[in-house]
Each structure stands twice: as structure tokens, then as C-alpha cells.
Design a protein around this ligand. Sequence first.
Ligand code: ATP
Length: 266
Amino acid sequence: MLEVTAFHTGYGGLDVIHGIDMSIGAGEIVALVGANGAGKSTLLKAISGLLPVHAGQIRFEGQPIDHLSPRARVLLGFAQVPEGRQVFGGLTVAENLRLGAYVHRRGMSEADIVGRIREVCERFPILLERLSEPVANLSGGQQQMLVIARGLMARPRLLMLDEPSLGLAPVLVTEIFRLIAGLRDRGLSIVLAEQNAKLSLAIADRAYVIEMGRVVLTGTGFELLGRTEVAERYLGVGKGVRVSNAPRHEQLVGRLKQIFASAGSE
Ligand code: ATP
């Protein structure tokens, strides 16, 4: 479905990813495993079109997509769930979910959007009970469910999840991984970038171990779980939760409120 070949990308003209080859098949979970700073998020951002291709190619169903904007890639069926539970704190649960279908809004009636919210929330019943509440009322685990649910609102074919277990209590981590495995079972292709190598390899069909922007090991999740070097370096690695930039967040919420107001009059 997706093929990344001899791929280089990074920031300000400098490479962070140095010639990665990877592929994701239909209905497959592919895990990206690596320490903090290895380049997992950078690779996901480049696949989403948020970072430029410095060299190499990305093909989706055989067609080069390097020239496509992030929006065009969303329309093709890509959805990225960013790291750090990036909910829009000044909005309700339902408003956050609506944002996930934003690029498709012209083709969707109000009834379609409400129907889509109900369909997505079948997997997240706790969200359905709290649709009209501000997201600030949700626990960390519920907020992570919300960002995944928001990613599903556009009915993606390729879902990219960046550190979905970050900062969650172990019982919720298991719940999130169970949900992710359930999404694959419905035919979705999933790329899972995680420092929690144990669980991500446990549910992954295949995985790539990334160090300093290069693939150093690849295999099935099961094979890599059994490799001593993976066990020594990656099983049990953790890190703290990042604090968001509050003023920038407030500006963004203000703009989103305006978007909702104008969408109602369109
Ligand atoms: P993490 O789990 O910490 O996000 P990661 O494997 O996803 O780790 P990246 O966030 O992709 O790693 O970072 C890879 C490298 O790119 C790091 O050296 C990081 O400092 C650098 N980097 C990340 N974001 C930027 C940015 N906006 N500008 C410049 N360099 C960046």
C-alpha cells in the first residue's frame, strides 16, 4: 500500500532520516521502534506531507505522492494522530471529533457527521457518553482515545499513531493497544511509532528498529521481540510527557471556534 524508498527528510535542509526503505501493506500494523530522537516522528511527519522529501520517494498504491500536500494526502486516506494527546482543550468532545472530518466537510451533511461520530464511538463508548463535555473533563486515557477517534473520523485507510501510550497508566496502555489491534482487524493499515517496544512489537505484524535516522533491524514483531539486542536496548524504555505551549494553544482554539461558527453558515 505505502512504500518509502531511499528516503531522506529532516529540518531546515539537514537530514534527520538518512535513506530509509520501508513498506506498509493493507491491513497490517507496522511498528517503528527506537529511542527518543531516533527519527520516528520525523518519518511520520514526512509521510503525512508535513516535512519535505530531501531524496528518495514515497509511493501510495504504486503512485508517487511526494508532490502532494498534507491535505491531499488526508483526502487519499492518510490520518496522523500526533504525539502528546493534542486535544483542543477549549472545545467539547464532539467538536474535537468534528475536526477529524474537517477536510471532508463539504461532502458531508450534518446528519452524516453525527452518524460518523456515532460509528467511530462504537469503539469508544465512554466518548459517546461525554460528547457535549469539554475535553478538559476527560482523563489522560480518555483524551488519547479521543485523538485516535478523531483520526478515524475521516475514515482513513492508513492511520499513523505517534506514541499513543505516552504518559498513560499501564492498564490504559493495554486498553489502547487492544483498541489498535482491533482497528487492524477491521482492515485498516497502521503505522505505530512507539518507545513501548514490548507492546508495539507484540501487536505488530512487522517492525523496523530505527537508530539515528536509519533502519538497523527489521522483521516480524514476534522475531524482533526475541532478539537480544532489541530486548536489551528497547524493552522498558520510557519518557515523560511534554508540556504544551499554552498561548499558542489558546490562539488555535480561538481560530477553531471561528471555523465552527463559519461552517454553520456555509
Ligand atoms: P521522540 O519519541 O522523542 O519523538 P523520535 O524518534 O520520534 O523521538 P524525532 O522527534 O523524529 O525522534 O527526532 C529526530 C531528530 O530530529 C532529533 O535529533 C530531534 O532533535 C530532531 N528534531 C525533531 N524535531 C525537530 C525540529 N522541529 N527542528 C529541528 N530538529 C528537530
